[in-house]
Design a protein around this ligand. Structure first.
Ligand code: NDP
Length: 443
């Protein structure tokens, strides 16, 4: 049994109740085999055994009071995964599905994603099984204040810098930042995704979706192709989906689908992103609303985005939302590129099927790294006490996404896996972390 296989088996034995974490470890480690053949010193240093184990996991309760005066209690986590490259960095997810397995998978992926950006950031992730949906602003504020009352002792601008994720948008980050500042009596860049009036960076809102499209655009450019005239299917209708749709359409593509956890829309003439922003960002409504407001649009309950014919598919909702049956439909309909806006939205067998059938596949850790990259740029601006213009940040973001594309492409070629961007992204992200850990001794 190879070294990577032995470590995968050890993780399965140690954490049998963490399926998402096991899935992420298996996916990353399986593609690292050629690295360990070339670097036997990594095995001797038990590098993989160390990398799969978070440096620290904090689990805490979050008591808060709802509008009816009832006490509510949630469970929260912060996973400080790896600090070899910089302070821990990664989002806070607020969703009822949050548990240790999901956050460990996200934290583990984050380590390599942050490495790919080339910015000095370690990897972390956190969150809580609190559901902001249907809560009043006051309830969300009381929750965020209680959450930060505990979290503040574990984070700091040079230690751990959390950000948004599913369920944690500008409103939540604002409440959390306010409470941190109040408790610590210090204004610092301890969170990213802040409002523009208090240290936030321009382009952070757009960054993950725009970055996703910039990376695909670089691939198209390198193959004498472009977004112009392409049909694009997108799932989700949150932050990533909205801005991926906006940028793809700015570049001349037609985005024909969006979804949420209740249903999905098909707009054969292309989605009007401004209407989606109004429904999702202003009214916090459901995507079904869109079909009521715009003519010629179909709304269907359940899932079904991937049955629509497209050239490019961008899954932007959540983990494990594109299954083997969906991959088969995409291939049958002539889809040529799948790029993950969400984290691990494609199951492992679906990924394999797509790659085996000639679809160019970009994994989330490369394709959606634009969000954390721009968070890194927000940290730089906070440290400098300066704000850069939209154009400046956007240009930097585009440059970072181009670099990520070429880093993954080059690493894949160097290890005999040309065209395999899953292997390329894993290898490029891993090598930098591995070298830093080797240099820092047994820590
Ligand atoms: P949002 O909360 O803004 O949007 C999430 C979207 O996905 C919503 O449309 C939501 O629908 C839908 N969704 C959530 N859970 C499910 C489900 N179980 N089934 C179907 N649809 C679902 O989150 P983001 O757009 O910020 O994040 C989306 C993904 O991108 C996540 O995987 C996140 O980790 C990843 N990501 C986000 C980054 C960012 O900067 N925002 C950076 C890098 C990765 P509903 O409203 O019904 O819940």
């Amino acid at each position: 049994m190879s070294y990577t296989q032995r470590v995968i088996e050890a993780v399965k034995a140690k954490d049998p109740d963490q399926p998402e974490f096991i899935q992420a470890v298996t996916e990353v480690l399986a593609s690292l085999e050629p690295v360990f053949e070339a670097h036997p010193e990594y095995e001797k240093a038990k590098l993989l055994e160390r990398i799969v184990e978070p440096e620290r996991v904090v689990i805490f309760r979050v008591p808060w009071m709802d509008d009816n005066g009832e006490v509510q209690v949630n469970r929260a986590f912060r996973i400080q995964y790896n600090s070899a490259l910089g302070p821990y960095k990664g989002g806070l997810r607020l969703h009822p599905s949050v548990n240790l397995s999901i956050l460990k998978f996200l934290g583990f992926e984050q380590v390599f994603k942050n490495s790919l950006t080339t910015l000095p950031m370690g990897g972390g992730k956190g969150g809580c099984d609190f559901d902001p949906k249907g809560k009043s602003d006051n309830e969300v504020m009381r929750f965020c204040q209680s959450f930060m009352t505990e979290l503040q002792r574990h984070i700091g601008p040079d230690t751990d810098v959390p950000a948004g994720d599913i369920g944690t948008g500008g409103r939540e980050i604002g409440f959390m930042f306010g409470q941190y500042k109040r408790l610590r009596d210090e204004w610092s860049g301890v969170l990213t995704g802040k409002g523009l009036t208090f240290g936030g960076s321009l382009v952070r809102t757009e960054a993950t979706g725009y970055g996703l499209v910039y990376l695909v655009q670089e691939h198209l450019n390198c193959n004498w192709d472009a977004f112009l005239g392409k049909t694009v299917c997108i799932s989700g209708s949150g932050n990533v989906a909205i801005y991926a749709a906006e940028k793809a359409q700015q570049l001349g593509a037609k985005v024909v689908t969006l979804s949420d956890s209740t249903g999905w829309i098909y707009a054969p003439e292309g989605i009007d992103v401004d209407v989606v922003k109004q429904i999702k960002e202003v009214e916090r409504g459901r995507i079904s609303e869109y079909a009521k407001r715009v003519e010629g649009v179909e709304y269907h309950e359940g899932r079904g985005v991937w049955q629509i014919k497209c050239d490019i598919a961008l899954p932007c909702a959540t983990q494990n939302e594109l299954f083997i049956e969906d991959a088969q439909l995409l291939v049958a309909n002539g889809c040529k590129i799948v790029a993950e806006g969400a984290n691990m939205p494609t199951t492992m067998d679906a990924t394999q099927y797509l790659q085996d059938n000639g679809v160019v596949f970009f994994p989330g850790k490369a394709a959606n790294a634009g969000g954390v990259a721009t968070s890194g740029l927000e940290m730089s601006q906070n440290s400098e006490r300066l704000s850069w213009t939209f154009e400046e940040v956007d240009k930097k973001l585009e440059g970072i996404m181009k670099n990520i594309y070429h880093a993954a492409d080059d690493a894949a070629r160097a290890y005999g896996k040309e065209g395999d961007f899953v292997a390329g992204a894993n290898i490029a992200g891993f090598l930098k972390v591995a070298e830093a850990m080797m240099a820092q001794g047994l820590v």
